[in-house]
Ligand binder design. Structure first.
Ligand code: HEC
Length: 271
């Protein structure tokens, strides 16, 4: 038997590309290590904060307390410094574009990894799958199941508590649609902010403005229920950064139904 070794000769250009790729890989690994170190420092800081809290509420001696406070101060400072350094680091994003001659388009959204594993799974499925438009429409129109029509309108159906979703497929990218449903408070549609209204009686109402006259304000809550308030009864109005659209509507759906719903919404183009 004769052993054969195949050697590939790389031309200079390919070799240079490969070298850059390897360098990028190294940087990514380094970045990963730094992210882990910062996460560790953050946990450390949180532990220290917990300790301070428990000492403050409990009957710990003053000495213990100030020691814990000092430890917290140091931990918080260390974490902050590391985090600032990390944020200032190099981040690279590689995009591969097909040489099809057609104009290329891509969306880039940076988000904190706040979502749960289940959400990540749903995002992955919905991004990968196309969804069945007809079944998706059924999901959307089934008020008891998805609740969507309680607050949104498409064409002639539905309420106007949230934005009208007619033609939504022309306005939104897939990932934006997915996130609008999974995490409503991440971005709140302009003029649909949640208002917190304190009445002179002391009662507090929250919801989105559904209608307004010279004398009254109609507020719709996160269940789609409307309430008319006399403006003369209002003591104070504030905005809140949490959306009136409830979290977890996706929990009422199977993964299949969620993917179909996204497919349907994307197919809703302006004509
Ligand atoms: C209780 C009312 C309510 C329900 C139920 C509800 N939404 Fe919403 N939705 C809102 C409100 C209010 C907003 C605007 C505030 C925001 O952006 O979070 C909104 C925002 C959105 C947006 C972003 C629109 C834009 O123009 O930015 C999408 C997409 C959306 N909802 C889809 C859905 C779908 C699909 C369902 C059903 C699975 C649903 N919503 C259920 C109230 C609701």
């Amino acid at each position: 038997m004769v052993a054969m070794a195949t050697k590939i000769r790389l031309d200079d250009e390919t070799a240079a590309v490969l070298a850059r790729f390897n360098e990028g890989l190294e940087r990514t690994k380094e970045q990963d290590r730094r992210v882990k170190t910062v996460a560790k420092a953050e946990r450390f800081k949180d532990e220290a904060a917990k300790k301070v809290k428990s000492l403050e509420s409990g009957d710990g001696s003053g000495e213990n307390r100030s020691e814990a406070q000092e430890q917290y101060r140091i931990a918080a400072e260390q974490w902050q410094t590391m985090k600032t350094r990390l944020d200032a680091g190099v981040h690279r994003i590689a995009v591969a574009v097909n040489a099809s001659g057609k104009p290329a388009q891509f969306h880039l959204r940076l988000r904190e990894r706040s979502s749960s594993a289940e959400r990540e799974r749903l995002i992955g499925l919905a991004l990968a799958g196309r969804g069945n438009v007809r079944r998706g429409r059924e999901v959307f129109q089934n008020v008891e199941k998805s609740l969507c029509l309680k607050c949104h309108r498409i064409g002639e159906k539905g309420e106007r508590i949230g934005p009208d979703l007619t033609g939504v497929g022309s306005r939104f990218s897939k990932i934006h649609l997915i996130e609008s449903i999974l995490e409503p408070s991440r971005t709140i549609a302009p003029s649909y902010e949640t208002r917190v209204i304190v009445l002179k009686s002391g009662r507090v109402l929250t919801g989105v403005k559904a209608a307004e006259t010279a004398l009254t304000l109609t507020l719709a809550d996160s269940e789609g229920k409307k309430r008319v308030v006399q403006k003369s009864e209002i003591e104070e109005t504030r905005n809140q950064s949490k959306s009136t659209m409830p979290d977890g509507v996706e929990k009422r759906l199977t993964a299949r139904e969620f993917v179909d719903l996204i497919g349907f919404l994307l197919s809703e183009k302006k004509n």
